[in-house]
Design a protein around this ligand. Structure first.
Ligand code: C2E
Ligand code: CA
Ligand code: CA
Length: 715
């Protein structure tokens, strides 16, 4: 869970980082937009200032246009003041700097021209005042001169003409066309006649030069062209601003797109984190292969059951389902096939149990189920039987037809345990008990089973070193022709005398050896020992036709099995035709026929093959027909209750007839009484084996037994 935790944390950290990044870029975007907004405001004040400047410039110009008219000094002062203020605002505008030195210089230029213009206004004001007073003085003077009376008519007319012309000046008539100078020259002739005329002359001259100066000033005003400067500033500003605006908009857009992309990534990542989290949690609580809940989920679920059951003690059932010899399939056909098989079986079991009962996979081939709402034990047994049957149904994977079975242990809450560990442990014990009862069955937990589990653990532990400790040996049990009682063969039977556990029956330990895989090495030991013993007998003159050796199918699944068997045969100098391989019917049923080619190989070598424990498995006769075998061995369970058990008698008889019709020889094992022997003889069974004729014995005893066989031969 800590790995899971750190994984989730890492993802969340990633999102946090992205989020921070997003907020960061959003803030930048915000600040930037703020700046753009500020720039826009500045620009509008700029524009306003510029248009004000233009207006006030116009007003200034108007002062000049009014020329000789009355000049309002207050108004001029006001205009200048406003203009000053606006100009300062222009210089202070943030954009002035931003738009570069060119604009700054322009503003400075405007300022300079403006100052010149102000100076011009000042001189204009003075001149204007002077001209006005000049005209007034001239008029007064001419009147005075006329009143004196000692002035010629010509001069008088000249005065009137000149005054009229001066009046024309005020109406803006060109000074040159008026020829005032010419008149003035004529007056000059009379200049010294009268002191007044002299004044008039001088004043008019002054007036003319003032008017000329004024005209010059007005002309100069046009040269200043302040309005043009302001307008070109305005155009430049506009251009700059527009350029700046596009730039700002582009940058803003880029920022926006950037933030948007981050937002999309953020949302996407966040959704992925959510999804991953879900997946990770699913992973944590589910088995990846079968998609079923795993052990953690099973334990969690059972906890919730206990929580709910504090008051109402609702009973429920735990099933422990373990596939029989699944390991063999995995080891021999490969993990892929094994995995596919698990998936198919998981689906089948789930279908039987339905959604209302939890099914979990807690180990390689181990499933557990919780049955919650069951009416009675019969119903549970019915369900379990159904589970067994769907598991037993052949599984088709690629070219293989696989048959498997399961052993199922059943533990009940609250009778068999009040916590999840005990319940699971007890269901497991019951499952082992089912395995020990021959697999493909189910068992309920009972207190005695716990002892069995300990026993099994002991066996496993001791078996590991038993071979090295030379604790194994072989016993031999004769097989004979029923009609003549002649010894036809001998079955090698394994014995284990454990230092710690004493003598242990193969019935008990062979299954453990198979489950743990120890059977492989053990099997080669048995095979070699049997061959060696056989050759030993031969050297002593004991020539037995067949030595039957039990071989576990687990061993036959080893890829190099054939080579190793052949090597042992060669090394011991054995003739393969004296070897009979005994295989149980159940084992053969676990695999498809296609995979049993090793039987063909061994038979090609000369070995015979017999099917052991026949009648206990599920093979049909049609299936048997396809197998490369020679002998069928009727299971001792059918012989045990003969001749009293009518059904067993019928089955035995049927097997004998059918086998012989297929061309197989038949042998009955477990013959303990003369009646049994008699009946089998009557059914025409070929051969027999059992305590009645001979118990399993050690190698040397068998030599003696064989040498004395003539004693009980029937001729
Ligand atoms: P199996 O192959 O069916 O062997 C016959 C079993 O029946 C032997 O038990 C034998 O002692 C017993 N038996 C013989 N005659 C009678 C009789 O008249 N009445 C009764 N009640 N039993 C009789 P054993 O030796 O305990 O072997 C038990 C099983 O262990 C064998 O059954 C076989 O499946 C397995 N086994 C024994 N030796 C080997 C071996 O070398 N390799 C392998 N793979 N399995 C072995
Ligand atoms: Ca056997
Ligand atoms: Ca048998």
């Amino acid at each position: 869970m800590s790995a899971l935790g750190s994984y989730v944390k890492k993802r969340v950290d990633g999102v946090l980082l992205l989020l921070l990044f997003f907020i960061f870029s959003l803030s930048i975007l915000f600040i930037y937009l703020q700046k753009i907004d500020n720039n826009t405001t500045q620009y509008y004040t700029y524009k306003k200032t510029v248009s004000k400047l233009l207006i006030y410039n116009q007003k200034l110009d108007n002062i000049f246009i009014r020329s000789y008219h009355y000049l309002d000094n207050d108004e001029a002062a006001h205009i200048i003041k406003v203009f000053d203020k606006e100009l300062i605002a222009l210089q202070k505008n943030e954009l002035t700097k931003k738009f570069g030195t060119h604009i700054e210089q322009m503003v400075v230029g405007i300022d300079k021209k403006y100052n010149e213009k102000v100076e011009l206004v000042e001189s204009f004001k003075t001149l204007n005042a002077r001209i006005t007073s000049s005209v007034y003085y001239l008029y007064e003077l001419s009147k005075q001169i006329k009143d004196n009376g000692n002035i010629s008519m010509d001069v008088e007319i000249l005065f009137s003409d000149m005054l009229f012309k001066i009046g024309q000046v005020f109406l803006d008539t060109d000074l040159n066309t008026l020829h005032i100078e010419k008149d003035l020259k004529e007056i000059q002739i009379h200049q010294y006649m009268d002191e007044d005329i002299d004044y008039f002359y001088k004043h008019t001259e002054q007036f003319l030069s003032d008017v000329k100066l004024l005209k010059h000033i007005l002309k100069e005003n046009k040269v200043l062209k302040l309005d043009k400067s302001i307008e070109s500033l305005n155009t430049l500003l506009e251009n700059k601003y527009l350029m700046n605006q596009t730039q700002e908009e582009t940058i803003g857009l880029i920022f926006f797109v950037f933030a948007f992309i981050i937002l999309v990534i953020l949302i996407n990542t966040y959704l992925r984190v959510l999804k991953n989290r879900k997946e990770v949690f699913h992973l944590a609580y589910h088995d990846t292969l079968t998609e079923l809940p795993n052990r953690t989920e099973f334990e969690r679920y059972i906890e919730t059951l206990f929580k709910g059951k504090e008051n109402a003690k609702d009973a429920f059932i735990v099933l422990f389902i373990d596939l029989d010899r699944f390991k063999v399939i995995n080891d021999t056909l490969g993990h892929n096939i094994g995995d596919e098989m698990l998936i198919i079986l998981a689906r089948r079991i789930h279908q039987v149990l339905g959604n209302q009962n939890l099914l979990a996979r807690i180990g390689g081939d181990e499933f557990v189920a919780i049955i919650e709402h069951h009416a009675d034990i019969d119903m549970v047994e019915g369900l379990v039987a159904e589970v067994s049957s769907v598991i037993r149904f052949p599984i088709l994977i690629r070219e293989y037809t696989l048959n498997t079975t399961a052993s199922i242990g059943i533990a009940r809450y609250p009778e068999d345990g009040s916590d999840k560990h005990t319940l699971l442990k007890h269901a497991d014990s019951a499952m082992y008990h089912a395995k020990d009862s021959g697999r493909d069955t189910y068992a309920f937990y009972n207190a005695k089973l716990s002892i069995d589990i300990q026993r099994r653990l002991d066996l496993e532990q001791e078996l590991v070193n038993a071979l090295a400790k030379k604790e194994f040996s072989l016993n031999y049990q004769p097989q004979y022709r029923l009609q003549t009682r002649a010894i036809t063969g001998v079955e090698a039977l394994l014995r284990w005398k454990s230092q710690l556990l004493g003598s242990v029956s193969p019935e008990e330990f062979i299954a453990v050896a198979e489950d743990t895989g120890l059977i492989v090495d053990l099997g080669y030991y048995i095979f070699r020992q049997a061959c060696t013993d056989y050759m030993g007998w031969k050297s002593q003159g004991v020539e037995v036709d067949l030595i039957a050796i039990n071989i576990s199918s687990v061993q036959l699944r080893q890829v190099d099995a054939y080579e190793r068997f052949k090597k042992i045969i060669d090394e011991t100098g054995m003739d393969a035709k004296h070897i009979e391989i005994e295989l149980t019917e159940r084992y053969i049923m676990e695999y498809s026929t296609e995979k049993l080619t090793i039987l063909d190989d061994l038979r090609a070598l000369g070995c015979r093959v017999s099917i052991d424990d026949f009648g206990t498995g599920y093979s049909s006769m049609s299936y048997l027909r396809e197998l490369a075998i020679d002998t069928i061995k009727i299971d001792k369970s059918f012989i045990l209750e003969l001749p009293d058990n009518q059904q067993d008698a019928e089955v035995s008889k049927a097997i004998i007839v059918l086998s012989q019709s297929l061309g197989y020889e038949v042998i009955a094992e477990g013959i303990e009484t003369v009646e049994q022997e008699e009946l089998l003889k009557k059914y025409n069974c070929d051969m027999g084996q059992g305590y009645y004729f001979a118990k399993p014995m050690d190698s040397q005893s068998f030599v003696t037994f064989f040498k004395n066989q003539n004693k009980f031969k029937i001729d």
